[in-house]
Design a binder for this molecule. Structure first.
Ligand code: URA
Length: 206
């Protein structure tokens, strides 16, 4: 288990999500900001019951400044709706707040953030958790899972059940929606159904 402690700093912590969003945008704790358009904070109700945590903003998230608005976000919304999870109860965010990418021709390709970049960003997630105080946390994919629960977590092994953690009453890991988009076409239905099945566990918590 990773202990989410605040860094020793004299700076006062943001007392609202909108203040926090400004600090995230101004963050220079690693170099990712240099090639990103803006920092992308989480989005959702201030005291949402459920927090979903992805890896990092993608191309469209970087341009719009909003998390999960691209293809992975569309799949996420569809799977949540199908599982019966009310989107109004959900706050979505990422482990890393600036887009990490490399060029391929004219396209900006996703680049997995380094452990150091994830570690530099972890304090923003800690502050989001403190302000939103969700009772359910779902890590989408290995980056968020390992950042919050430690390196021993294996998404394929540990997915789809409630895990022991003092971060929230209910903590789960599941796959990242973009991994569902990447499976071979013949495996898509199964991969998508497994994601919906995991999300149904959230819908059952009252
Ligand atoms: N993938 C993520 O992990 N987060 C986003 O916001 C979009 C795609």
């Amino acid at each position: 288990m990773i202990k989410l402690t605040s860094p020793n700093s004299d700076e006062p912590e943001p007392s609202s999500l909108s203040e926090l969003a400004k600090s995230i945008d101004a963050c220079r704790r690693c170099d990712l900001w240099k090639n990103a358009t803006q920092g992308v904070p989480g989005e959702g109700a201030a005291h949402a019951r459920i927090m979903l945590i992805g890896e990092q903003p993608g191309d469209q998230e970087d341009l719009t400044g909003r998390p999960f608005v691209g293809p992975a976000g569309k799949l996420l919304d569809k799977a949540l709706a199908e599982a019966g999870v009310d989107r109004k109860e959900v706050y979505v965010t990422n482990a890393v707040k600036h887009f990490s990418w490399f060029p391929r021709g004219k396209r900006r390709m996703h680049k997995t953030p380094t452990q150091q970049e994830v570690a530099s960003c972890l304090d923003w997630l800690r502050q989001e958790l403190k302000l939103v105080n969700p009772s359910i946390i779902v890590c989408l994919g290995a980056t968020a899972a390992k950042a919050l629960l430690g390196p021993a977590v294996r998404v394929t092994v540990d997915r789809g059940r409630w895990l022991e953690s003092d971060l929230a009453e209910h903590v789960m890991v599941t796959v990242h929606p973009s991994s569902v988009l990447r499976v071979p076409r013949e495996d898509f239905d199964d991969a998508y159904a497994a994601l919906v099945r995991d999300f149904k566990l959230i819908a059952r918590v009252r």
